[in-house]
Design a protein around this ligand. Structure first.
Ligand code: 4NP
Length: 157
């Protein structure tokens, strides 16, 4: 196990906190574990529309297929305490990034700026609920989250 002097806390944010950001949280947690990093990941929504709900069925299913447990997660909206609790806030698309800025969050990053995606939004599968869409979204989130964590680890963020 590698020891980490300054554990990082990362919050992933989408709109509903039931499709995309729960995947990012789960992927990050599993990655931290594999790398022996005592870091923390959480997720939230810019809306509270689904507060208290588990992730959507297809997100649970696609994550499970990749060995990432997310069914225990419960949706919540971002809150004031998140501003000091996290070192990095990572938005899943530009709309949510703008909303976080408007709410006074700082140190916000766009997930699609990592993994070679050139600033793309992670598409919202809530509106395209076929399972294939979730596989694509999972793959993009995994690539971007791994690259983001590597950049934080090597000090370039
Ligand atoms: P998410 O997807 O932001 O990836 O969790 C959505 C979930 C719910 C809604 C929109 C997007 N909604 O309109 O309720």
């Amino acid at each position: 196990m590698k020891s980490q002097a300054t554990p990082k806390h990362i919050l992933f944010v989408c709109l509903g906190n039931i499709c995309r950001s729960p995947l990012a949280e789960g992927i990050a947690r599993v990655h931290f574990e594999k790398k022996g990093l005592a870091w923390r990941a959480d997720s939230a929504g810019t809306s509270g529309w689904h507060e208290g709900e588990p992730p959507c069925e297809n997100s649970i299913k696609v994550a499970k297929a990749h060995g990432v447990p997310i069914a225990h997660q419960r949706a919540r909206p971002v809150c004031e305490a998140d501003k000091s609790a996290f070192d990095y806030i990572v938005a899943l698309d530009r709309k949510n990034l703008a909303e976080l800025k408007a709410q006074g969050f700082s140190n916000i990053h766009l997930l699609g700026d990592f993994g070679g995606f050139g600033g793309e939004d992670v598409p919202d599968p809530y509106y395209f609920p076929d399972f294939e869409g979730f596989e694509k979204v999972y793959s993009m989130i995994e690539t971007c989250v791994h690259d983001f964590i590597e950049k934080v680890e090597n000090g370039s963020l």
